[in-house]
Structure formats: C-alpha cells, structure tokens
Design a protein around this ligand. Structure first.
Ligand code: 5GP
Length: 212
C-alpha cells in the first residue's frame, strides 16, 4: 500500500515527527478555541468539520510511532474518535471498531460493556462492543481525539481486557496533560502516545504546550 512507502512516510516524518508535532500545535493555536470548563474546541479540523488531509498526517504519525508493533485492529469510541481512527487504520491496513453509546438497557450477552463518565458532558453512559468484533488474543491499538481524566480510555481498555485481547497502546491526538488521565493510564504500564500535550489553557492566555 502506498501509505507504507518509506518515501511517503519520510515526508510525514518531516511534517510531523521531527518537528515535535509542530504542525498540530500550530493548527491548535490557529484554530482551537478554549471554552469555559476546560474544554478545547477543535471543531474546524477534528470534532465537527474534519480536515482530512491534515488528519491523514496525524494517522500517519500514529503509524510511525506504532509500526513496529503487531496491530490487528483499532478501537475507538463514537463519535469524535472515528475519523482519526479510520485515517490511522488505512496506514496499518486493519479494521476499526468503535464502541457505541448504548441507548437501551436490554443488552444481550453478545456485547462487552463499560461505563464511561463523560468529561465534556458531565453524564455517564454505557458503551458496548459486539463480542464478535474483538477476539481473544487480538492486539488492539486504541485511538482517540482527547485524553483528559482518562475515563474514555480506561473504558476502552476494559473492553479489550474483557475480551481477552491485548492492548498495544493508545494514540491520542490531544492530551490535556494537567489532568490525571495520562498518568493514570501510563502508571498501568500502557504505552500512551499523545501528539500534542497541553500544559495549561485558559480563555485569556490561550493554549500553552508542554516542553517535552
Ligand atoms: P476523558 O474520558 O479522558 O476525561 O475525556 C476524553 C473524552 O472526552 C474524549 O473522547 C473527548 O471526546 C472528550 N473530551 C475531553 N476533553 C475534551 C476537550 O477539551 N475538548 C473536546 N472537544 N473533547 C474533549
């Protein structure tokens, strides 16, 4: 597949990897809006409108970071994770499964379930994945748009573990590094790669990235 062509990858290494995610940081600074309640809106390229060529570079960067691992499948959560998960999956040539927010309580035994408290909405919902879509022994990469307190990621990891599958790691587009999610998941020995790590943000000061 052409996306795996080393020359093609080299192009993206320059655009994303070697410059320390500069392109993503610049995009966040140019287009992100810091809202009240510690929420960053990136609706122009990630959460509402999707800048596909740009997000393709993000997917390519996740591929560069995890390409030495065996990845059988990518798991994300609806809705905002689906776009970036698909653009990552193209590079790995694997399917995407997205955990669905379940609307009914009458679940069958055919699903794995997890409870996830939403940081942005202040509600808890149940997410489900049909058992046939995560097989024991599969190696699964989790991809999501944001990491804040880590509930979404912990829920997805639980689904994988309940299935007897293996977590390769997590690719996160934007980590709000002052919140506990990154530490919480990394402390469990799980590899978390975040492409932009925000140290601090306020509507007045805007977004300040971590130095590392
Ligand atoms: P966590 O479960 O880590 O607290 O939050 C992760 C989930 O909440 C992500 O899937 C994302 O959809 C949403 N989220 C958390 N913080 C933000 C934010 O600042 N902006 C946006 N757009 N979504 C966020």
């Amino acid at each position: 597949m052409f996306l795996k062509d080393p020359k093609f990858l080299g192009f993206y290494d320059l655009a994303m990897g070697e410059t320390g995610m500069k392109a993503l940081e610049e995009k966040i600074l140019a287009e992100g809006i810091v809202s009240q309640g510690n929420v960053l809106k990136v609706s122009s390229f990630l959460n509402h409108q999707i800048d596909v060529p740009f997000m393709q570079q993000v997917g390519q960067e996740f591929y560069r970071l995890f390409k030495d691992e065996r990845v059988d499948k990518i798991l994300t959560i609806e809705a905002s994770g689906i776009g970036v998960a698909c653009l990552t999956a193209v590079c790995f040539d694997v399917p995407v499964v997205f955990a669905k927010k379940s609307k009914s309580k009458n679940l069958t035994n055919d699903c794995y379930t997890a409870q996830i408290a939403s940081f942005t909405h202040g509600t808890t919902h149940e997410v489900i994945v049909e058992k046939r879509f995560i097989q024991p022994g599969e190696r699964i990469l989790v991809v999501d748009d944001f990491l804040a307190v880590g509930n979404a990621l912990a829920g997805l990891i639980q689904l994988i573990e309940d299935a007897g599958a293996e977590v390769v790691g997590a690719g996160i587009v934007i980590e709000k590094a002052w919140q506990e999610g990154g530490k919480r998941i990394r402390d469990r020995g799980i590899r978390v790669e975040s492409l932009a790590r925000i140290q601090e943000m306020t509507p007045e000061k805007g977004v300040i990235f971590c130095d590392d």
